[in-house]
Design a protein around this ligand. Structure first.
Ligand code: NZQ
Ligand code: ZN
Length: 390
């Protein structure tokens, strides 16, 4: 295992179908005024909102509501949340929703007490809050599995005016103080969002796995997580109400992106860079945008990353490889990934999610490029990948 690193993840997790019971105890650690962020209404329809509000009220909290946090939250909505938080002098933030609401809550928490232009400082310049800047604490009640936002400091925000989607990973001061993960809460997630979440999870793992060639414990963990996800996804698409499968998906999502499996790894993240730009142009679910560019991307990465793709084929997809060349084994692994994506109903092209050839220059321009994984792509390469993904 190469590299030097430190590891600290301060998020306390409560997992399982009784995990909401722990909210009451958690509330004793936070102030009286809570900003309750949630999305476009699913939590009201499925009853989770009522359960949470009852617990908050019983604990005597003053609830400041901020509904309407959209999927792929926008800068405009961020500004609105910051204003609400300031005006109501909230003590902390409770995110009730999927990755979008969790990301958004951390973004508001980072921005409320910053006097300057927070968009410019945190997202465009990628700076961290100063050591003496006050930050609001955030807690999450997660309703959808996918992003890992419940146990990381990532915040992805879309500047809709400029069709630009960009993430910022804050330092661990912005990690949720606690997250409640009840797999039953994910049972009402629409079919397409469940599948998008599943692809997001495997892609988070792949983004970390497909870098470096050293023997690293992180890669063994990644392979185990991918195997668990593949098994659970096959069950969940057939029977979305299967608790065991949904609980494994939810737990895998958290471990896929809570920084553990990236330790000692250079990591890649170019599928995400391209996918974010595709998402900004198409408004597709995040995981769909990733799936749609993955085939072209990984076929290109296979050559410079050959031995790792061989390992992926053998350890994740059980490709025997007897009598095959390394290239054939690696290719069979990518083919297995593709077949699984088809089996569970994921898009394989950007046309399927509404991208058109005339968008390609804009998507290319919005893609942040850097040396990553096994490749050092230029904007011209991104254009090629997008054309191959049409
Ligand atoms: O708006 P509501 O009513 O909440 O409905 C949501 C939304 O329409 C719905 N949903 C969520 N839980 C539900 C439910 N519907 C019924 N029952 C439930 N229990 O599902 C839709 C999608 O939700 P969203 O939160 O947008 O999805 P996801 O969790 O995939 O989050 C996507 C956002 O996270 C960012 C993405 O870029 C995107 O903006 N990411 C954050 C990351 C991080 N923090 O590290 C990393 C990821 O790579 C990703 O970029
Ligand atoms: Zn993702």
């Amino acid at each position: 295992m190469q590299g030097n690193f430190s590891y600290h993840n301060p998020t306390k997790l409560y997992f399982g179908d009784e995990s909401l019971n722990y909210l009451k105890d958690e509330l004793t650690h936070f102030g009286p005024v809570v900003l309750l962020n949630y999305g476009s209404g699913s939590v009201k329809r499925n009853g989770i909102y009522d359960q949470v509000v009852a617990i908050l009220r019983e604990a005597g909290k003053t609830i400041v509501e901020n509904p309407g946090v959209m999927s792929n939250p926008t800068l405009e909505k961020l500004r609105e949340g910051v204003k609400i938080a300031c005006e109501n002098k909230v003590d902390w933030i409770l995110a009730l929703g999927g990755g979008s609401v969790c990301d958004y809550s951390k973004a508001v928490a980072a921005s409320v007490f910053y006097d300057g232009d927070y968009w410019d400082k945190f997202w465009l310049k990628q700076e961290q809050p100063d050591a003496d800047q006050k930050l609001l604490p955030v807690g999450c009640i997660l309703t959808m599995a996918g992003t890992g936002s419940e146990m990381n400091a990532g915040t992805v925000i879309t500047d809709a005016e400029h069709t630009f989607k960009v993430g910022h990973v804050f330092d661990d001061r912005l990690m949720p103080k606690f997250s409640i993960l009840n797999p039953k809460f994910t049972m009402t997630v629409p079919d397409n969002q469940m599948k998008a979440g599943i692809y997001d999870i495997i892609n988070h793992i792949m983004e970390q796995y497909f870098s470096d060639f050293d023997d690293n414990t992180s890669d063994y963990l990644s392979e185990g997580l991918m195997r668990s996800l593949i098994t659970a996804s096959r069950i969940a698409v057939k029977n979305p109400q299967d608790y065991e499968a949904r609980s494994n998906i939810m737990w895998t999502a958290t471990w896929a992106l809570n920084t553990l499996i990236g330790l000692g790894k250079r990591q890649d993240w170019m599928v995400h860079m391209i996918g974010h730009s595709v998402g900004a142009w198409t408004h597709a679910p995040h995981g769909y945008a990733l799936a749609a560019v993955s085939m072209a991307y990984y076929r290109r990465a296979m050559k410079p990353g050959l031995s790792k793709f061989v390992r992926f084929a053998q350890n994740v997809w059980n490709i025997d490889g007897n009598g095959m060349t390394d290239e054939q084994i690696a290719e069979a692994g990518i083919e297995a990934l593709k077949n699984w994506m088809l089996e569970i109903g994921l898009p394989l092209t950007i046309s399927e999610i509404g991208a058109t050839p005339d968008m390609i220059p804009g998507i290319t321009q919005g893609t942040i490029c850097y040396p990553a994984g096994y490749m050092n792509l230029t904007p011209a390469d991104i254009t090629e990948i997008l054309k191959e993904s049409l």
